[in-house]
Design a protein around this ligand. Sequence first.
Ligand code: AMP
Length: 365
Amino acid sequence: MTNIGVLGAGQLGRMLALAGYPLGHRFRFLDPASDSPAGLLADHLTLDYADTSALEQFVNGLDVVTYEFENVPVEVVRHLEKNVSVYPPSMALEKAQDRFVEKSFFQELGIPTPKFTINGLDNGFTDGNGFGFPAVLKTRRMGYDGKGQSIVHSQSEVESGLSKRTADELDLFILEEFILFDRELSIIAVRNKSGETKFYPLIENHHRDGILRLSLAIGNISAELQKQAENYAQRILSALDYVGVLTIEFFEKNGQLLANEMAPRVHNSGHWTIEGAITSQFENQVRAVCDAPLGSTNPLGVCAMVNLVGTLPDETSILKIEGAHLHLYDKAPRPKRKLGHITLVEKDMETLYQKLDLIRTVYDF
Ligand code: AMP
């Protein structure tokens, strides 16, 4: 039995605890929000991350700490690391929290990315950067699910996107080449403290308004592409002496992968693994941070995951669909909020697509 502390008590934390309880572990969460999805399942401290005495209270009696939210302040993790093992390492958080640092890190490791710049208005952010327009203007920090980003088509659009900013704030943005990608893919890797490493198959992801709506793990990935993704993931795991689950999101273009971002945690595009893989990403995260042997990442069929965003479907209609697994996060509906998901695991593509069509009759995704 291991006492596991988790920073953040959202749906990812909730699913982590649900995977860890059968292994006999105990969980304690720290999250400033009182109505968090994991709060009902375990000990939950509703305290601020910046509160040092709260951190002492949180860490007391814990064997290991992990996080389910990548915007946990790095200083908090550093502070905790003095008293307890924290996985993934704080260096992973530091890299992932800033898009410029992250993309520069990918490039140092020889992992291709879209072209990018952080030059200010005076000397950059123009089509003179070599990648032209359209381009994507993003905040370097705190952006997720498409928040803090916009597509810009001209220099004047860049300027109006930045117009409310002071000169000091201009380097808080990154401008990226707009990639007309063939597909969006993600790989989920996991490594334990002893260095044992496993990879899930590349997942195909479909977004709307920057938010993930549908993930497919349907075996439509060539061995070569899978090898390329695993090789890139391995470089990051080794460079960071990583422990835990790591997700990397890629754009696929002409058979090549360009890394967009990484998440040092379990990921929405891996929710299908709860029913669809021999061992879920959540169980493997628990195993990794407890330095247990990792479970098989092999899929059990062709799988799909439909995100429930902003609104919920009629529960009965979903549960009537044979094989549909409904997961609800106990969150109040709000536009763009992830409220739950549905997983399908089928033997063949025809049945999988028939079931997705059935879901579509009751829920738009
Ligand atoms: P991000 O917050 O970086 O994950 O971006 C959210 C979504 O916006 C991605 O999943 C893509 O669909 C789209 N996107 C982000 N960056 C780019 C880019 N450089 N080129 C084309 N689409 C992008």
